[in-house]
Design a protein around this ligand. Sequence first.
Ligand SMILES: C[S@@+](CC[C@H](N)C(=O)[O-])C[C@H]1O[C@@H](n2cnc3c(N)ncnc32)[C@H](O)[C@@H]1O
Length: 248
Amino acid sequence: MAAHGYTNLLPVQRKRSLDPGDSKEMVAARRRFLATGHYQPIADAVARALLAGLPADARVRCLDAGCGEGYYLRRLAAVAGAGQTLAILGLDISKWAVLAAAKQDRRPTWVVGSNANLPVLAGTLDRVLCLFGFPVHREFARVLRAGGELVQVDAGPEHLRELREIIYPALKPRRTGAAPTPAGFRHLGTETLGYSFALTGAEPIADLLTMTPHLYRASAEGRARAAALSALTLTVDVRLARFARDAG
Ligand SMILES: C[S@@+](CC[C@H](N)C(=O)[O-])C[C@H]1O[C@@H](n2cnc3c(N)ncnc32)[C@H](O)[C@@H]1O
């Protein structure tokens, strides 16, 4: 257990690299970007989807699998009904992400761990959230109770298109973003969230690039073109899918 209030449950023999997951710089960039509020409509939609259908006095056991620096769990706690008790577990393979999450809010349980081996008893969770992450559906099915729900958020084909147009010479056709129904689950519905937002100044644009995998995929020329920008209007296109855990 770290003094900052998180627990490291990723044994060294389960690590595939010395410092797995998002780097300290990526986590810091994502924290600054999310603090601008540009993704708040996503956070609000996630909170609504997670709490949908739960009684006003429910005790909700919820895991964010790949929680990053905890933005979406903090928003969830902020909008939960007065009578609802949230037992929240935020897990990420990046020590830097979990450290940043624990520093901002001590109430959830923060754990360094992997979606591939969740440190959670079978059938004990009501909700699992996986946002822009690395879903391991076999594990999500194991830890959810029958009727419990997975909320999965993925980028749609238009997501951040303007940034991709600048950093790549040509855009590859993208998948529709609709997540297939995983084994052991029933599809409850998929919501598309679309809007645009504007970034002004080189720093917010650099933060957005740094927090995405595009930073590593782009060429030096592509990164230089992004670094020369002083303003950029971007499209948000995300798919929020809900799946219920089958009984048995
Ligand atoms: C694109 S970020 C999204 C973070 C957060 N969900 C958000 O939207 O702000 C992906 C996250 O998944 C984490 N990650 C990568 N592999 C993982 C794994 N096997 N288990 C848990 N987390 C993982 C990374 O460290 C990173 O924080």
